[in-house]
Design a protein around this ligand. Structure first.
Ligand SMILES: [Ca+2]
Ligand SMILES: [Ca+2]
Ligand SMILES: [Cu+2]
Length: 371
């Protein structure tokens, strides 16, 4: 997603394994299934790192270790019907140190504490600067954010402007624009946060954003090569395990998983590490720059140790627009359009662009200890 698409062209009104010897004394590796092994996944080898005490509030300990990162299964990754997610391949080995991670997406209540303490003003609440949006009509340069609005009926899926619009006045306190509020939604994930907003929050909280590798290690819950944070079946026993989109995308959200649109955090069972909503509900910012060829770069040199992303960004679909990684998918992800609730899949966004289905969670390094 890139706010420039909206601010430059649209009318405002209405639109808008491998076992290393040093690992032998560690906890038993979690093996990959035969099909995952065939796709290139090897066992996850968790480090034997005890959680440093005390436990920071709302966070869970991720032991770190070595795992296979990526998404190999194009048959269940049919974004727009034809995208096999090549940016999530090749499957490659990555090692991460232990760290703390928020068990849920950052909530409105948590973000409100930060804003109260710092008087912080988010990007969506600031007037876009003309120099940042060359060619944009002055009347479009008003504070706002990108809001999902279900169209009245079926629309072609190759044009996201049919369900996304730039909404003046939309921000974290007014998720649907003026007149909307977050009252009673304290436990919903905060949305309409741009990358720098998440960094400001994290700094205030004594935390930081996860790297993409940390995020995926935590989301996999110690398992190896599985498609989802809970296993290989989207709906084991016909049960929905995440807030995604059922019905007819984008016009009819049936809410079969229990929620139409966004949901309060932690309404579904956590993964094996205690993380809620790593699949679905809201997308989550990671600290890495996005490049579709980054995994290929890493794969060339053995096990990548605490990778922090490429030095620069490239999105071939929008050359010249640098983007950061998003992970986990949202309440809008569906087999009919975008299956990026798959645990190894990736997405990206321009750092200044916020939207109604994009939030974040933070991590805290073990070395910092708890306060
Ligand atoms: Ca849903
Ligand atoms: Ca999420
Ligand atoms: Cu999606």
């Amino acid at each position: 997603m890139n706010i420039r698409v909206f601010l430059s062209s649209l009318p405002l009104a209405g639109a808008l394994a491998v076992f290393a010897t040093e690992n032998m004394d560690r906890t038993p590796p979690k093996l990959a299934t035969a099909s995952a092994r065939a796709a290139g996944f090897a066992a996850t080898i968790e480090s034997k790192s005890d959680a440093p005490m005390p436990v920071p509030e709302g966070m869970v300990w991720i032991p770190g270790g070595e795992f296979s990162m990526g998404n190999a299964d194009p048959t269940r990754s049919l974004c727009g019907g034809k995208d096999p997610m090549p940016d999530a391949r090749p499957i490659h080995r990555v090692a991460v140190d232990g760290f703390w991670i928020d068990s849920t997406e950052v909530t409105n209540a948590q973000f409100a504490l930060f804003v109260k303490a710092t008087a912080y003003i988010t990007v969506a609440e600031r007037k876009p600067r003309a120099e940042d949006f060359p060619g944009a009509p002055a009347e479009l340069l008003v504070p706002g954010s990108i809001v999902f609005t279900a169209p009245e009926g079926p629309v072609p899926l190759d044009d996201f402007t049919k369900w996304w619009r730039y909404q003046p006045g939309a921000d974290w306190r007014h998720p649907a624009g003026p007149g909307s509020s977050i009252e009673g939604k304290e436990k919903y994930p905060v949305v309409h946060v741009a990358f720098e907003d998440t960094e400001a929050y994290a700094k205030w909280a004594g935390k930081r954003l996860p790297t993409e590798a940390e995020w995926e290690f935590a989301a996999r819950g110690g398992a190896a090569g599985e498609s989802y944070p809970w296993g290989d079946e989207l709906q084991p026993g016909d049960k929905w395990l995440a807030n995604i989109f059922e019905g007819k995308f984008p016009h009819k959200d049936s809410g079969a998983d229990g929620f139409i649109g966004i949901a309060p955090v932690a309404q579904f069972s956590p993964n094996a590490y205690g993380l809620h909503d790593v699949a679905g509900n809201v997308w989550e910012w990671c600290s890495d720059w996005y490049r579709p060829d980054y995994y290929a770069q890493l794969a060339r040199s053995g096990v990548a140790n605490n990778p922090k992303g490429p030095n620069d960004s490239l999105d071939p679909a929008e050359p010249g627009v640098n983007k950061r990684v998003h992970r986990g998918g949202s309440f809008l992800c569906t087999e009919q359009y975008c299956t990026r609730y798959m645990v190894g899949s990736r997405d990206k966004g321009e750092p200044g662009t916020s939207s109604s289905h994009l939030g974040f969670r933070c991590v805290k390094a073990a070395a910092l200890k708890a306060e």
